[in-house]
Design a protein around this ligand. Structure first.
Ligand SMILES: Cc1cc2nc3c(=O)[nH]c(=O)nc-3n(C[C@H](O)[C@H](O)[C@H](O)COP(=O)(O)O)c2cc1C
Length: 223
């Protein structure tokens, strides 16, 4: 087999990453962190799709609405953008020790599509908060639905404490923290890029472990 036939063109092998902050707020500190991640990922060679949570804003999940086929535009858009990318980076606020309801709601809507768009995608989680904890507890909560859906969530997460004072222009003011942020992001991009171009195994994703395998499933099939 010729080299050209053995491997896809170089352009197709570049990692495609969806980046967004799970906040609708105009002055969101998580949006600043997401923009920083997008810039560094792009500089590192990834093809970056920087989105706004506004693109994925959806009404509360309602299976009656889904049953009528009225799928909200934000759910269709989140499914489309996840599917178009190999990996995702979410910068999420922490609300009451967990993830914001709007993010969980968007995940719930997107989980209804088949193929299920989180399955086998690589994800990195980050957070920013004015608190000393940096919103890190919320990320542990966010891992649960994403891993349940078969996403490969990178073990290292980045949380920026006292975020309202942490930025200097477009970077993190503390040079060591900025370096840690870059190292964390690059380690994630390297792993996701390796998994994209050098896949060594595929893992089956089983929905609702413990339920009978022959149960009928009603889902939004995407053709
Ligand atoms: C309903 C609500 C709950 C919050 N709970 C937490 C919390 O548990 N931990 C925390 O660090 N900050 C908490 N905050 C503060 C947010 O971290 C802060 O508003 C932050 O700026 C939100 O992120 P954003 O700027 O990206 O929108 C909460 C804010 C709201 C509105």
């Amino acid at each position: 087999m010729s080299d050209a036939a053995a491997s896809p063109p170089v352009a197709d092998r570049r990692l495609r990453v969806l980046v967004f902050a799970a906040s609708l707020r105009k002055d969101s500190v998580n949006a600043v962190l997401a923009q920083l991640a997008a810039r560094h990922a792009s500089r590192y060679g990834a093809v970056v799709d920087l989105a706004s949570m506004r693109d994925f804003d959806v009404p509360s999940y309602d299976s009656d609405i889904e049953g009528q086929g009225d799928i909200p535009a934000g759910a269709l858009e989140l499914n489309r953008r996840l599917t178009a990318n190999d990996a995702f980076v979410i910068s999420s606020p922490e609300y009451n020790g967990s993830m914001p309801g709007l993010l969980k709601n968007a995940i719930d809507w997107a989980s209804r599509f088949r193929p299920q768009p989180f399955h086998e995608r690589h994800g990195m989680l980050m957070s920013a908060s004015p608190s000393m904890g940096g919103g890190n507890r919320g990320l542990w909560a966010l891992r649960i639905p994403l891993e349940h859906l078969g996403a490969r969530i990178f073990p290292d997460m980045f949380s920026l404490a006292m975020a309202h004072k942490a930025f200097s222009g477009e970077t993190i003011a503390d040079a060591r923290l900025q370096q840690r942020f870059e190292q964390n992001l690059i380690a994630f991009l390297d792993l996701a890029e390796a998994a994209k171009n050098y896949p060594c195994m595929k893992k089956a994703w089983v929905e609702f472990l413990g339920e009978p395998p022959d149960m009928p499933a009603d889902r939004i099939e995407v053709t």
